[in-house]
Write a protein that binds this ligand. Structure first.
Ligand code: ADP
Length: 777
């Protein structure tokens, strides 16, 4: 090859190498640029990662510090908890699910009297063993192994019942164990020695108190009885005395002895009953009795008082309820008399209704008899209603003092009803009335179940004439149940306007407006109804003239009438109508025979109304009036112009007024009575007495208050009338309160003539006529 060729070849090779170099350089710089970009991105990424790492590190540090704080808190809480547990006077321990002791406070461990084995790790069963083996626990009458068996069975139950154990040193521990979810058990051993001892003391104190109470009640029962016996003698002899030939004055004295004795007997009987119940000595004497009859007898007893007050007494005895039961009639009558007596006592207008219903239990042969006594009286304030069944609890305010009573009646009634396994209650609306009710289970007398009374077919429509809608309603309901149609009227004219041929019988009250039942009868007889059967119901049949009744051809029944008696009367009148129909019509359809299981009900002795307490009072009142009338003529006024000494006696009890009057009857004095404190203050002003005898317990305003009022009036006039307190409270200390109330002297009852005379003479002053005349005692 030529040189030129070689040179050319070399140049070409060099050129090619140069191009390659350029290419490689371009590639290199491109790669460099890429590398630069990567390095930049990487630096950025590293920066970010470093920031993240820093944050995480910070957070870690915070978590660490939080954790250690939390740990510290836990430790503090644990320490406190443990200190508290240690500070417990009572034992505290934890057991794991295998019943091994995890930990316990010193009080718990001390139970084991320093035994080293009693430490964490010991099992509960071993603890029981140690307790019995070492005699640490007093298992009483139980053998140690039975005790342990009982205790371990209890321990293993899901929720062990608390148990009381007695330790060797007479300490009592109540063990309370609580099982947790994981099987752990928390155990408490509470030292209840003090409360057990206290309970024991209380129990024995209560036993002593109950024994003392029983002894007191037995004593009271005996005492009441001891008083009752001679009192009966006093009352009985007074009655006998009355049957002998006596002057009017002697009769009056004998009657007063009898009435006062009877009043005292009522109180003593209450106390006696109450004491008997308290001393668990009251036994029920059960026998067959007629409840409806019993109720009607009670109504008759209360009728005179109710009549005087213008009250109506209604009886609503369930038509389908048997009347014969087995029970203690005396005690049932006592409860009913108390409730109905209270209803009459605390009602001034309206009515008192005795309702009797019952629910039979044929399987047991008993009936839950339900008696309710409703009144439209003064009612009982809500706040007092729970107290009225308590002993000596009366609704104590001004108004209550108007009413007499021991405050024992309802307490006795409640106890009697409880004794009969019944219940008693009251509902009341103050100012509107009260409803006392009781329910007692009474065995029914076999065969005495009341069938529905049936009335003759001749009685299809009855005209009921009554001023009381309630009474009409009761009768209407009863007659409706017997299939009899009723029309009601409330006055003579209303009844006459409703009379028509369809009415078979007239059942009328005696006290209807427009002239009364008698007037209605007259108008019916004179009008177009000469023969219409008419029954008149009246609370006191004796007030009517038998000839008038006969002439008017009407029948009288006492009100309220036992339903047996009423239906018997309706039946006989209905049968009379049938006879008339038979006489006038061909005998085709004979009336069905009447079935009247209740009709053999005994006749009630209506004469009883004549001998009621109200009537006895009446005698006293009459005697009192007669006594006033026959007061000895006063001596002529002395020419000197001297006047009689004026004496005011404030005394609410009429008998005591009479006694006082009799005691001073021979004295030449002018005597006036005030019936209560209000009247005493008024008479002090109008009568201007020279001496006042002031009873302390009086209605409306008592003697102390009245004296206070008088002393206030005297502060204005400068006068001072001597006031002598009369009181039945003879307890030591009573005089202090009385004298502090402004009274000058103090006399206790029973009053004695000589003492009264002495007081009067002590206050005679110049200008008075001579008080003691020759006849004075
Ligand atoms: P008391 O002998 O005072 O009547 P009770 O125990 O029978 O004693 O009654 C207690 C009190 O209950 C009465 O004093 C009276 O305040 C109240 N009370 C009883 N029955 C009635 C009633 N029907 N209406 C209003 N208050 C009544």
């Amino acid at each position: 090859m030529s040189l030129a060729d070689k040179l050319a070849e070399e140049r070409r090779a060099r050129l090619a190498a140069e191009r390659l170099l350029e290419l490689k350089q371009a590639e290199l710089s491109a790669a460099n640029r890429k590398l630069g970009r990567h390095a930049l991105a990487l630096t950025k990424q590293i920066g970010e990662t470093q920031a993240e790492v820093a944050t995480v590190r910070d957070e870690n540090a915070k978590v660490k510090s939080d954790l250690s704080q939390a740990n510290e808190k836990i430790e503090t809480a644990e320490r406190r908890l443990w200190h508290s547990i240690q500070a417990f006077q009572d034992g505290f321990a934890f057991f794991d699910a295998d019943s091994r002791l995890i930990g316990a406070n010193t009080a718990y461990l001390n139970l084991f009297d320093g035994l080293e084995e009693a430490a964490p790790g010991i099992s509960y069963m071993r603890i029981l063993q140690i307790l019995t083996d070492e005699g640490l626990v007093n298992t009483g009458e139980m053998k140690p192994d039975s005790w342990r068996a009982m205790m371990s069975e209890r321990w293993l139950s899901m929720s062990p019942e608390p148990v009381v154990i007695q330790m060797w040193d007479d300490r009592y521990l109540r063990l309370i164990d609580q099982r947790g979810h994981g099987g752990d058990v928390v155990s408490l051993a509470l030292d209840i020695t003090t409360s057990v001892n206290y309970e024991e003391e209380l129990r024995s104190a209560r036993e002593r108190a109950e024994a003392a109470n029983r002894a007191k009640s037995a004593f009271l029962a005996n005492m009441s009885h001891e008083i009752r016996t001679p009192m009966n003698g006093v009352v009985g002899m007074a009655e006998l005395l009355n049957d002998t030939t006596l002057s009017d004055e002697q009769k009056l004295y004998a009657n007063t002895i009898k009435n006062s004795g009877e009043a005292l007997l009522v109180i003593i009987n209450d106390v006696l009953d109450y004491s008997k119940i308290e001393a668990d000595k009251l036994v029920l004497h059960e026998e067959v009795f007629d409840l409806e009859r019993c109720i009607h007898e009670i109504v008759m007893l209360l009728q005179p008082t109710a009549r005087d007050k213008g009250l109506t007494i209604l009886v609503d005895y369930d038509l389908f309820l048997p009347t014969q039961f087995v029970g203690d009639p005396g005690r049932i009558r006592q409860v009913l008399t108390n409730l109905a007596g209270n209803a009459v006592k605390f009602t001034n207008e309206g009515h008192v209704t005795l309702r009797v219903t019952g629910i039979s239990n044929p399987e047991e042969g008993t009936c839950a008899v339900h008696c309710m006594i409703e009144d439209t009286g003064i009612g009982i304030p809500v706040e007092k209603i729970d107290h009225v069944f308590g002993e000596f609890n009366q609704v104590e305010d001004e108004r209550n003092r108007k009413f007499e009573g021991t405050g024992l009646g309802l307490a006795i009634s409640r106890r009697l009803i409880e004794l009969m396994k019944g219940e008693i209650w009251v509902e009341s609306d103050e100012g509107k009335g009260s409803c006392f009710g009781f329910r007692i289970p009474l065995p029914i007398v076999e065969g005495s179940h009341a069938g529905t009374p049936k009335l003759p077919q001749s009685l299809r429509h009855i005209l009921l004439v009554d001023y009381s809608t309630l009474n009409s309603e009761i009768l209407q309901r009863q007659l409706m149940l017997l299939g009899v149609e009723t029309t009601t009227a409330d006055s003579v004219s209303d009844a006459l306007s409703k009379m028509n041929d369809g009415i078979d019988l007239i059942l009328s009250d005696h006290a209807i407006s427009g002239g009364g039942g008698l007037e209605l009868a007259q108008q019916l007889r004179q009008g177009g109804w000469p023969d219409a059967p008419m029954v008149m119901l009246c609370s006191n049949p004796h007030e009517y003239n038998a000839t008038d009744i006969e002439n008017l051809n009407i029948d009288l029944l006492p009100r309220p009438t036992p339903r047996g008696e009423l239906f018997a009367k309706l039946e006989s009148l209905g049968n009379g109508l049938l006879d008339k129909q038979d006489a006038s019509a061909p005998a085709e359809d004979q009336p069905p025979q009447i079935e009247q299981p209740q009709l053999e009900m005994g006749q009630i002795d209506t004469d009883r109304t004549e001998t009621q307490p109200g009537c006895a009072d009446q005698t006293l009142e009459e005697a009192y009036a007669a006594d006033n009338a026959s007061a000895p003529p006063l001596p002529d006024p002395e020419p000197s112009g001297a006047r009689q000494m004026r004496i005011l006696a404030a005394e609410d009890n009429r008998t005591n007024q009479l006694v006082f009057r009799k005691m001073v009857k021979d004295l030449n004095i002018e005597l006036q009575f005030a019936n209560n404190g209000v009247e005493a203050v008024a008479l002090y002003q109008s009568f201007e007495p020279d001496l006042v005898f002031m009873d302390i317990s009086m209605p409306e305003m008592d003697g102390k208050e009245a004296t206070g009022e008088i002393r206030k009036l005297e502060a204005l006039t400068g006068r001072h009338v001597p006031i002598v307190a009369l009181t039945a409270h003879a307890m030591t200390g009573d005089s202090d309160g009385i004298l502090a109330a402004g009274l000058d002297h103090y006399l206790t009852k029973p009053l004695r003539k000589a003492v009264i005379l002495e007081r009067i003479l002590q206050h005679v002053s110049e200008g008075f006529q001579e008080v003691e005349t020759t006849s004075a005692a």
